[in-house]
Design a protein around this ligand. Sequence first.
Ligand code: DGT
Ligand code: CA
Ligand code: CA
Length: 573
Amino acid sequence: MRVNNAEIARLFERVADLLEIEDANPFRVRAYRNAARTIRGYSLSMVELLKQGKDLSELRHIGDDLAEKIQEIVETGDLPILREIEAHTPASLGDLLNVPGLGPKRVKALYQQLDICSIEDLRRAVYSGKIYTVKGFGEATVRSIINRLDRSRPVQRRTKWLDAEKTARPLLRYLNKCKGVKKVTMAGSFRRCKETVRDLDILVSAKLDTSVMQHLSNYPEVARVISMGETRSTILLDDGMQVDVRVIAPESYGAALMYLTGSKYHNIELRTYAHNLGFKLNEYGLFRNAKQLAGETEYDVYSTLGLSYIEPELRENTGEIIAAQTKSLPQLINETDIRGDLHCHTNATDGHASLKSMVNSARKKGYEYISINDHSQRLTVAHGLDKARLLQQLKEIDQLNSELTNFVILKSIEVDILEDGSLDFPDSILKQLDFTVCAIHHKFNLSEKKQTQRIIRAMDNPYFNILAHPTGRLINQRAAYNINMREIMLAAKQRGCVLELNAQPERLDLDDIHCKLAKDLGVKLVISTDAHSQEDLDSMRLGINQARRGWLEATDVLNTLPLTQLKRQFKRI
Ligand code: DGT
Ligand code: CA
Ligand code: CA
């Protein structure tokens, strides 16, 4: 094993960081830090010194104990004490320590005072403003943390929700075919409709003596069985997705579904809530003095606890339990609330379907309106429309509209926001449209200040209506651009502009936290598919998923409005 000094030092530093967060003896913490410094700065490699039979305890700051540990690392590549400490600290604290600007002192304060254990927790605390209650987190610190978080967003390998669904569907069908199976349900982050999932969690309701697991192992897509028991198994599928399957008796189905749906933090909070009321809640049911009071359905469990039913999308421990107790949960938006799609392309630019086909599909979905938002001239890669082609399209729309009953095609465009914040068409053209969708498609790397100013300057134009895919991130591919979202939302509100929740499976931009922020700030949103084909119109449900995770109600979303009211919202002058 060839570990270099820097790696050894890094392991020691990690031990010191975690010990410090745990409030361990400061001398112990310092011992690891000092040793790390010695090792890092030493001119010869520890491996070499050991090979020469040198006694490492002669080095500055290295005692017998640490010398032994260095030897252990050199021999095994691992440091067991670190694993031990990691085993009783939340694993995600390590991620927090990796956020630039967050040293162990700050992580410790966050952990001890706000119970922040993960990047996700941190994001929530930042956006809710809770973080300001912790000493040492002033405006400037928090701003720099937000920027780093926004830029360092998920690069980890999590599967996009829609891809996970493609994997899950046939498996659910297959499991349903097993004899004795009553119900098969997706749980975990998939059921909570997180934009990405790490693995699939499936709950099967069946008598415990059925052969579900045998059936599972015969699924043709199984690449490897990781573990298999009577009630729980984990398998790896050919496409790389890991799947946890639990079998549970029907009388505990609701409680088990709640447990397996999570989130973990919702579960923990709910258990404490139940405990404080003298109940015991676990995956088998809700109990008082060993007597099961509920458990067959989730609804029973919540209502026996005196709570309204909490939709899975809200189960993130961000205030939903209190809201359920005080009957103030949001009436979450549904797909049926949507009356039209406000961002669609045709084959006049980079879409695949004609204007007419897009309209037909929108009508089939039961919509009352659709808008056509082809690209503007600057976007030559997408064959953006120049003035003449745009006017030609408007004429076609007029013609089609005159033939349609109970349906209207809105005239619009996806107009580029140029680097100086001006729009890619003059007002004389923009004013002929029903509204505009404005977007950034180049110069992604401006500084936060410049990018934010660029967008706000664009909003100063009275023909600016909707900011499309506001952060520009592509899930697992491209980080958000550098912007101050709060400032942009406040500017939008002031000017009567709105933000888009773009429902494309790889965009889902805004994310759930930003949706909630918009709601809290009183900024309206639209949910649009940015469809480039007829099938793409079906992405609306993904946007709805995201919106529900962001606590949005129909009243927060403009394309739930009937046409006349909608048009009024777009009149700024
Ligand atoms: P993922 O897979 O990272 O996208 O997210 P989840 O939420 O699906 O997480 P997963 O698959 O590790 O666990 C599935 C559910 O099991 C989770 O949502 C809640 C429950 N669960 C997991 N670990 C714990 C725990 O330590 N305590 C409690 N109370 N519940 C847990
Ligand atoms: Ca999962
Ligand atoms: Ca799992």
